[in-house]
Design a protein around this ligand. Structure first.
Ligand code: NIG
Ligand code: FE
Length: 414
Protein backbone atom coordinates (compact mmCIF):
# COMPACT_ATOMS: atom_id res chain seq x y z
CA UNK A 1 0.00 0.00 0.00
CA UNK A 2 1.58 3.26 -1.18
CA UNK A 3 -0.01 6.65 -0.51
CA UNK A 4 1.24 10.09 -1.55
CA UNK A 5 -0.23 13.10 0.28
CA UNK A 6 0.29 16.19 -1.92
CA UNK A 7 -0.25 19.97 -1.85
CA UNK A 8 -0.15 20.15 1.94
CA UNK A 9 0.04 23.71 3.32
CA UNK A 10 2.84 22.23 5.38
CA UNK A 11 4.17 19.35 7.44
CA UNK A 12 5.55 19.59 10.96
CA UNK A 13 8.35 17.18 10.20
CA UNK A 14 11.59 16.75 8.33
CA UNK A 15 12.88 15.33 5.02
CA UNK A 16 16.01 14.20 6.86
CA UNK A 17 16.26 11.53 9.52
CA UNK A 18 16.80 13.62 12.66
CA UNK A 19 17.92 12.16 16.01
CA UNK A 20 15.08 10.62 18.01
CA UNK A 21 16.10 11.78 21.48
CA UNK A 22 13.47 13.70 23.49
CA UNK A 23 13.22 17.46 22.97
CA UNK A 24 14.48 19.50 25.91
CA UNK A 25 14.23 23.18 26.85
CA UNK A 26 14.52 25.49 23.83
CA UNK A 27 14.43 22.54 21.39
CA UNK A 28 10.73 22.15 22.09
CA UNK A 29 9.85 25.51 20.51
CA UNK A 30 11.78 24.87 17.28
CA UNK A 31 10.07 21.99 15.49
CA UNK A 32 11.09 21.43 11.84
CA UNK A 33 8.49 22.56 9.29
CA UNK A 34 8.27 21.95 5.53
CA UNK A 35 5.84 24.29 3.75
CA UNK A 36 4.04 23.45 0.49
CA UNK A 37 4.80 19.82 1.09
CA UNK A 38 4.20 16.22 0.13
CA UNK A 39 4.53 13.07 2.24
CA UNK A 40 4.80 9.45 1.07
CA UNK A 41 3.70 6.47 3.14
CA UNK A 42 4.59 2.90 2.16
CA UNK A 43 2.98 0.03 4.09
CA UNK A 44 2.30 2.21 7.12
CA UNK A 45 5.76 3.78 7.30
CA UNK A 46 6.71 7.32 6.27
CA UNK A 47 9.11 6.93 3.35
CA UNK A 48 9.57 10.52 2.12
CA UNK A 49 8.89 14.12 3.11
CA UNK A 50 9.63 17.07 0.82
CA UNK A 51 8.44 20.22 -0.90
CA UNK A 52 6.01 20.05 -3.84
CA UNK A 53 8.84 21.27 -6.10
CA UNK A 54 10.55 17.91 -5.49
CA UNK A 55 7.40 15.77 -5.49
CA UNK A 56 7.74 12.71 -7.77
CA UNK A 57 5.35 12.71 -10.73
CA UNK A 58 5.06 8.95 -11.29
CA UNK A 59 1.68 7.88 -10.02
CA UNK A 60 1.33 4.23 -11.07
CA UNK A 61 0.76 2.11 -8.00
CA UNK A 62 0.26 5.15 -5.77
CA UNK A 63 -2.92 6.22 -4.06
CA UNK A 64 -2.86 10.02 -4.44
CA UNK A 65 -4.42 12.29 -1.84
CA UNK A 66 -4.57 16.00 -2.59
CA UNK A 67 -4.54 17.85 0.76
CA UNK A 68 -4.84 21.43 -0.52
CA UNK A 69 -4.39 23.88 2.36
CA UNK A 70 -4.22 21.20 5.07
CA UNK A 71 -1.41 20.64 7.57
CA UNK A 72 0.01 17.25 8.49
CA UNK A 73 1.19 16.94 12.09
CA UNK A 74 2.44 13.96 14.09
CA UNK A 75 -0.57 12.37 15.83
CA UNK A 76 -0.88 12.75 19.59
CA UNK A 77 0.35 9.96 21.86
CA UNK A 78 -1.59 9.69 25.10
CA UNK A 79 1.00 8.35 27.53
CA UNK A 80 -1.28 8.39 30.62
CA UNK A 81 -4.91 7.26 30.68
CA UNK A 82 -7.32 5.27 32.81
CA UNK A 83 -9.64 4.50 29.89
CA UNK A 84 -10.97 1.24 31.35
CA UNK A 85 -13.69 2.20 33.83
CA UNK A 86 -17.23 1.09 34.46
CA UNK A 87 -19.05 4.36 35.10
CA UNK A 88 -18.63 8.11 35.46
CA UNK A 89 -18.62 9.47 39.04
CA UNK A 90 -21.25 12.19 38.75
CA UNK A 91 -22.45 11.86 42.34
CA UNK A 92 -18.95 12.87 43.51
CA UNK A 93 -18.98 15.68 40.97
CA UNK A 94 -22.14 17.03 42.60
CA UNK A 95 -20.56 16.56 46.07
CA UNK A 96 -17.54 18.58 45.04
CA UNK A 97 -19.78 21.35 43.74
CA UNK A 98 -21.42 21.34 47.18
CA UNK A 99 -18.00 21.95 48.72
CA UNK A 100 -16.43 18.52 49.33
CA UNK A 101 -12.81 18.07 48.22
CA UNK A 102 -11.28 15.12 46.30
CA UNK A 103 -9.75 14.06 49.64
CA UNK A 104 -13.02 14.39 51.59
CA UNK A 105 -14.69 12.07 49.08
CA UNK A 106 -11.86 9.53 49.24
CA UNK A 107 -11.81 9.64 53.07
CA UNK A 108 -15.55 8.84 53.07
CA UNK A 109 -14.89 5.67 51.05
CA UNK A 110 -15.60 7.14 47.61
CA UNK A 111 -13.20 8.12 44.86
CA UNK A 112 -11.02 5.33 43.52
CA UNK A 113 -12.81 2.79 45.78
CA UNK A 114 -16.05 3.77 44.10
CA UNK A 115 -14.63 2.96 40.66
CA UNK A 116 -13.23 -0.29 42.09
CA UNK A 117 -16.67 -1.39 43.31
CA UNK A 118 -18.06 -0.74 39.83
CA UNK A 119 -15.23 -2.66 38.12
CA UNK A 120 -15.78 -5.67 40.41
CA UNK A 121 -19.39 -5.90 39.16
CA UNK A 122 -18.71 -5.19 35.48
CA UNK A 123 -18.61 -7.85 32.75
CA UNK A 124 -15.35 -7.94 30.80
CA UNK A 125 -17.23 -7.60 27.50
CA UNK A 126 -19.07 -4.49 28.70
CA UNK A 127 -15.78 -2.89 29.76
CA UNK A 128 -14.28 -3.81 26.39
CA UNK A 129 -17.12 -2.21 24.41
CA UNK A 130 -16.84 0.94 26.52
CA UNK A 131 -13.07 1.07 25.96
CA UNK A 132 -13.43 0.68 22.19
CA UNK A 133 -15.95 3.54 22.10
CA UNK A 134 -13.62 5.75 24.18
CA UNK A 135 -10.68 5.02 21.86
CA UNK A 136 -12.82 6.15 18.90
CA UNK A 137 -13.65 9.36 20.73
CA UNK A 138 -9.98 9.96 21.55
CA UNK A 139 -9.01 9.39 17.94
CA UNK A 140 -11.40 12.11 16.77
CA UNK A 141 -9.33 14.68 18.70
CA UNK A 142 -5.96 13.52 17.38
CA UNK A 143 -4.93 10.54 19.52
CA UNK A 144 -3.07 7.83 17.57
CA UNK A 145 -1.73 5.66 20.42
CA UNK A 146 -2.54 5.27 24.10
CA UNK A 147 -1.21 3.92 27.35
CA UNK A 148 -4.00 2.53 29.56
CA UNK A 149 -3.74 1.76 33.28
CA UNK A 150 -5.46 -0.79 35.47
CA UNK A 151 -5.77 0.26 39.12
CA UNK A 152 -9.53 0.17 39.65
CA UNK A 153 -9.32 -3.56 40.35
CA UNK A 154 -7.53 -3.64 43.71
CA UNK A 155 -7.68 -7.46 43.64
CA UNK A 156 -5.81 -9.92 41.43
CA UNK A 157 -8.92 -11.00 39.54
CA UNK A 158 -10.23 -7.50 38.91
CA UNK A 159 -6.81 -6.14 37.91
CA UNK A 160 -6.46 -9.06 35.50
CA UNK A 161 -9.91 -8.29 34.10
CA UNK A 162 -8.88 -4.68 33.38
CA UNK A 163 -5.57 -5.71 31.80
CA UNK A 164 -7.29 -8.34 29.67
CA UNK A 165 -9.68 -5.73 28.35
CA UNK A 166 -6.68 -3.70 27.16
CA UNK A 167 -5.11 -6.83 25.65
CA UNK A 168 -8.30 -7.73 23.77
CA UNK A 169 -8.73 -4.15 22.50
CA UNK A 170 -5.41 -4.50 20.67
CA UNK A 171 -6.90 -7.04 18.29
CA UNK A 172 -10.09 -5.11 17.67
CA UNK A 173 -8.90 -1.64 16.62
CA UNK A 174 -5.70 -0.25 15.05
CA UNK A 175 -4.33 2.08 17.74
CA UNK A 176 -1.07 0.93 19.42
CA UNK A 177 -1.79 0.42 23.14
CA UNK A 178 0.39 -0.04 26.24
CA UNK A 179 -0.96 -1.74 29.35
CA UNK A 180 0.18 -0.43 32.73
CA UNK A 181 -0.40 -2.43 35.90
CA UNK A 182 -1.28 0.35 38.35
CA UNK A 183 -0.44 -1.92 41.25
CA UNK A 184 -0.72 0.61 44.08
CA UNK A 185 -3.59 3.02 43.44
CA UNK A 186 -5.65 2.99 46.66
CA UNK A 187 -5.84 0.84 49.78
CA UNK A 188 -9.06 -1.23 49.86
CA UNK A 189 -11.13 -0.76 53.02
CA UNK A 190 -10.08 -3.04 55.90
CA UNK A 191 -6.86 -4.24 54.19
CA UNK A 192 -3.68 -3.82 56.29
CA UNK A 193 -1.39 -1.80 54.05
CA UNK A 194 1.68 -4.02 54.43
CA UNK A 195 -0.40 -7.01 53.29
CA UNK A 196 -1.84 -5.18 50.34
CA UNK A 197 1.54 -3.89 49.12
CA UNK A 198 3.07 -7.37 49.49
CA UNK A 199 0.20 -8.93 47.54
CA UNK A 200 0.31 -6.42 44.70
CA UNK A 201 4.10 -6.33 44.37
CA UNK A 202 5.20 -9.87 45.25
CA UNK A 203 2.25 -11.97 44.07
CA UNK A 204 0.06 -10.16 41.51
CA UNK A 205 2.84 -8.49 39.50
CA UNK A 206 4.73 -11.74 38.76
CA UNK A 207 1.52 -13.52 37.71
CA UNK A 208 0.19 -10.73 35.53
CA UNK A 209 3.62 -10.21 33.96
CA UNK A 210 3.93 -13.94 33.22
CA UNK A 211 0.55 -13.77 31.51
CA UNK A 212 1.98 -11.09 29.19
CA UNK A 213 -0.42 -8.43 30.41
CA UNK A 214 2.04 -5.81 31.73
CA UNK A 215 4.08 -3.26 29.75
CA UNK A 216 4.66 -0.83 32.65
CA UNK A 217 3.87 -0.58 36.36
CA UNK A 218 2.56 2.49 38.21
CA UNK A 219 1.91 3.75 41.74
CA UNK A 220 -0.05 6.67 43.24
CA UNK A 221 2.69 8.14 45.46
CA UNK A 222 0.86 10.67 47.62
CA UNK A 223 -0.04 11.48 51.23
CA UNK A 224 -2.83 9.05 52.32
CA UNK A 225 -2.05 6.72 49.40
CA UNK A 226 1.40 5.14 48.90
CA UNK A 227 4.89 6.15 49.99
CA UNK A 228 8.20 6.65 48.22
CA UNK A 229 9.34 3.37 49.82
CA UNK A 230 6.35 1.55 48.32
CA UNK A 231 7.30 3.07 44.96
CA UNK A 232 10.87 1.81 45.25
CA UNK A 233 9.71 -1.66 46.21
CA UNK A 234 7.38 -1.87 43.22
CA UNK A 235 10.02 -0.50 40.83
CA UNK A 236 12.58 -3.02 42.04
CA UNK A 237 10.24 -5.99 41.57
CA UNK A 238 9.29 -4.73 38.10
CA UNK A 239 12.90 -4.07 37.06
CA UNK A 240 13.75 -7.72 37.76
CA UNK A 241 11.33 -8.54 34.96
CA UNK A 242 12.54 -5.78 32.66
CA UNK A 243 9.43 -3.67 33.28
CA UNK A 244 9.76 0.08 33.79
CA UNK A 245 7.94 2.28 36.29
CA UNK A 246 5.67 5.21 35.51
CA UNK A 247 4.58 7.11 38.60
CA UNK A 248 1.78 9.39 39.85
CA UNK A 249 3.72 11.92 41.91
CA UNK A 250 3.22 15.43 43.34
CA UNK A 251 -0.47 15.77 42.47
CA UNK A 252 -1.37 17.29 45.85
CA UNK A 253 1.80 17.12 47.94
CA UNK A 254 5.50 16.56 47.50
CA UNK A 255 6.36 13.37 49.44
CA UNK A 256 9.64 12.31 47.84
CA UNK A 257 8.10 10.54 44.86
CA UNK A 258 10.20 12.39 42.29
CA UNK A 259 13.51 11.61 44.00
CA UNK A 260 12.46 7.96 44.37
CA UNK A 261 11.38 7.82 40.71
CA UNK A 262 14.73 9.26 39.63
CA UNK A 263 16.54 6.68 41.77
CA UNK A 264 14.37 3.90 40.27
CA UNK A 265 15.11 5.13 36.71
CA UNK A 266 11.40 5.57 36.05
CA UNK A 267 10.22 6.03 32.47
CA UNK A 268 8.05 9.00 33.46
CA UNK A 269 6.89 11.11 36.42
CA UNK A 270 3.30 12.23 35.96
CA UNK A 271 1.15 15.03 37.49
CA UNK A 272 3.70 17.41 39.18
CA UNK A 273 1.05 20.02 39.97
CA UNK A 274 3.07 20.69 43.13
CA UNK A 275 6.78 21.00 42.39
CA UNK A 276 9.35 22.16 44.97
CA UNK A 277 12.77 23.51 44.07
CA UNK A 278 14.31 20.26 45.33
CA UNK A 279 11.95 18.27 43.06
CA UNK A 280 12.91 20.35 40.04
CA UNK A 281 16.61 20.01 40.94
CA UNK A 282 16.24 16.22 41.11
CA UNK A 283 14.85 16.18 37.56
CA UNK A 284 17.50 18.58 36.26
CA UNK A 285 20.16 16.36 37.83
CA UNK A 286 18.70 13.24 36.23
CA UNK A 287 18.55 14.79 32.76
CA UNK A 288 21.95 16.46 33.09
CA UNK A 289 23.80 13.20 32.69
CA UNK A 290 21.60 11.41 30.14
CA UNK A 291 17.94 10.49 30.12
CA UNK A 292 15.80 10.90 33.22
CA UNK A 293 12.10 10.24 33.77
CA UNK A 294 9.91 12.23 31.35
CA UNK A 295 7.91 14.87 33.26
CA UNK A 296 4.25 14.51 32.18
CA UNK A 297 1.68 17.26 32.80
CA UNK A 298 -2.05 16.48 32.88
CA UNK A 299 -3.93 19.75 32.34
CA UNK A 300 -7.43 18.19 32.24
CA UNK A 301 -6.91 17.13 35.86
CA UNK A 302 -6.06 20.69 36.88
CA UNK A 303 -9.11 22.00 35.04
CA UNK A 304 -11.52 19.45 36.51
CA UNK A 305 -10.27 19.42 40.12
CA UNK A 306 -9.47 23.15 40.10
CA UNK A 307 -5.92 22.53 41.34
CA UNK A 308 -2.77 24.31 40.09
CA UNK A 309 -1.50 23.56 36.59
CA UNK A 310 1.86 21.80 36.42
CA UNK A 311 4.52 24.53 36.08
CA UNK A 312 5.35 23.51 32.53
CA UNK A 313 6.90 26.86 31.66
CA UNK A 314 9.32 26.52 34.57
CA UNK A 315 10.11 22.90 33.67
CA UNK A 316 10.98 23.79 30.06
CA UNK A 317 12.87 26.93 31.06
CA UNK A 318 14.99 24.73 33.35
CA UNK A 319 16.15 22.92 30.21
CA UNK A 320 14.01 19.84 30.81
CA UNK A 321 11.69 18.02 28.40
CA UNK A 322 7.94 17.95 29.06
CA UNK A 323 5.12 15.71 27.83
CA UNK A 324 1.37 16.25 28.00
CA UNK A 325 -1.27 13.52 28.47
CA UNK A 326 -4.99 13.36 29.14
CA UNK A 327 -5.14 11.29 32.38
CA UNK A 328 -8.64 10.46 31.14
CA UNK A 329 -10.45 8.92 34.15
CA UNK A 330 -13.82 9.20 35.89
CA UNK A 331 -12.54 10.86 39.10
CA UNK A 332 -10.14 13.63 38.20
CA UNK A 333 -10.03 14.16 34.42
CA UNK A 334 -13.05 13.02 32.41
CA UNK A 335 -11.65 13.90 28.99
CA UNK A 336 -9.46 12.16 26.43
CA UNK A 337 -9.24 15.31 24.30
CA UNK A 338 -5.53 15.95 23.67
CA UNK A 339 -6.22 18.80 21.26
CA UNK A 340 -7.89 20.52 24.16
CA UNK A 341 -4.99 19.56 26.46
CA UNK A 342 -2.75 21.41 23.96
CA UNK A 343 -5.10 24.38 24.17
CA UNK A 344 -5.00 24.35 27.99
CA UNK A 345 -1.20 24.05 27.92
CA UNK A 346 -0.92 27.21 25.83
CA UNK A 347 -3.66 29.27 27.50
CA UNK A 348 -3.08 28.17 31.11
CA UNK A 349 0.49 26.85 31.36
CA UNK A 350 1.98 29.43 28.99
CA UNK A 351 3.55 26.90 26.67
CA UNK A 352 4.28 28.04 23.12
CA UNK A 353 2.41 26.35 20.29
CA UNK A 354 5.34 24.14 19.24
CA UNK A 355 6.23 23.31 22.84
CA UNK A 356 2.73 21.95 23.33
CA UNK A 357 2.97 19.93 20.13
CA UNK A 358 6.40 18.52 21.04
CA UNK A 359 4.92 17.57 24.44
CA UNK A 360 2.09 15.61 22.77
CA UNK A 361 4.24 13.85 20.18
CA UNK A 362 8.02 13.21 20.35
CA UNK A 363 8.20 13.62 24.15
CA UNK A 364 4.96 11.72 24.76
CA UNK A 365 6.42 8.86 22.70
CA UNK A 366 9.48 8.81 25.00
CA UNK A 367 7.12 8.55 28.01
CA UNK A 368 6.01 5.13 26.68
CA UNK A 369 9.41 4.18 25.26
CA UNK A 370 8.09 4.35 21.67
CA UNK A 371 10.13 7.34 20.44
CA UNK A 372 12.10 5.14 18.03
CA UNK A 373 8.91 4.44 16.06
CA UNK A 374 6.48 7.33 16.49
CA UNK A 375 6.03 10.95 17.52
CA UNK A 376 7.69 12.58 14.50
CA UNK A 377 7.13 12.85 10.79
CA UNK A 378 10.33 11.84 9.04
CA UNK A 379 11.47 8.88 6.94
CA UNK A 380 11.37 5.60 8.84
CA UNK A 381 8.71 6.52 11.38
CA UNK A 382 5.31 4.83 11.68
CA UNK A 383 2.73 6.94 9.82
CA UNK A 384 0.62 7.98 12.82
CA UNK A 385 -0.36 11.48 11.77
CA UNK A 386 -3.22 13.93 11.72
CA UNK A 387 -4.53 16.17 8.99
CA UNK A 388 -6.01 19.55 9.90
CA UNK A 389 -8.82 21.27 8.08
CA UNK A 390 -7.40 23.82 5.60
CA UNK A 391 -5.83 26.65 7.64
CA UNK A 392 -2.89 29.05 7.22
CA UNK A 393 -1.30 28.18 10.58
CA UNK A 394 -1.64 24.98 12.63
CA UNK A 395 -1.72 27.23 15.72
CA UNK A 396 -5.48 27.26 15.09
CA UNK A 397 -5.61 23.82 16.73
CA UNK A 398 -4.72 25.07 20.25
CA UNK A 399 -6.04 28.59 19.59
CA UNK A 400 -9.63 27.37 19.54
CA UNK A 401 -10.51 26.37 23.09
CA UNK A 402 -13.28 23.95 22.19
CA UNK A 403 -13.61 23.73 18.40
CA UNK A 404 -11.90 20.68 16.96
CA UNK A 405 -10.33 21.57 13.61
CA UNK A 406 -8.68 18.16 13.09
CA UNK A 407 -10.02 16.70 9.84
CA UNK A 408 -8.61 13.16 10.06
CA UNK A 409 -6.41 10.98 12.25
CA UNK A 410 -4.35 8.32 10.42
CA UNK A 411 -2.82 5.24 12.04
CA UNK A 412 -0.26 3.41 9.88
CA UNK A 413 -1.35 5.82 7.15
CA UNK A 414 -4.96 4.56 7.18
O1 NIG B 1 -4.34 10.27 37.82
N1 NIG B 1 -4.24 10.30 41.02
C1 NIG B 1 -4.54 9.13 40.93
N2 NIG B 1 -5.23 8.54 39.95
C2 NIG B 1 -6.05 9.24 39.00
C3 NIG B 1 -7.39 9.58 39.53
C4 NIG B 1 -8.07 8.40 40.05
C5 NIG B 1 -9.52 8.61 40.35
O2 NIG B 1 -9.91 9.54 41.09
O3 NIG B 1 -10.27 7.78 39.86
C6 NIG B 1 -5.33 10.46 38.49
O4 NIG B 1 -5.73 11.60 38.71
FE1 FE C 1 -3.68 9.15 36.39
Amino acid sequence: MRTRFTHLAGVVGSPEVLPLSPLKGAEMAALPVVRNAYVEVVDGTISAVGTMADCPLADDGWELRCCQGQWMLPGFIDSHTHLVFAAPRVTEFRMRLDGASYHDIAAAGGGILNSAAAIAQAEESVLLDALLARLETARSTGTVAAEIKSGYGLSLDAERKMLRVIQRARGLQPMPLWATFLALHALPKDRPRADFVADAVDRWLPQLADEGLVDFVDVFCEANYFTADDLLRLAEAAAKRGIELKSHVNQFQSVGGIQASVAAKARSVDHLEVLSDADLDALVGAWGTGYGPMPVALPHCSLFLNIPYTPGRQIIDAGLPLALASDCNPGSAPSSDLRMAWSLATHQMKLRVDEGLAALTANAAFAVNAHQRMGRIQPGMDAHVLLTQPMPDYAELPYFTSENRIAQTLIYGR
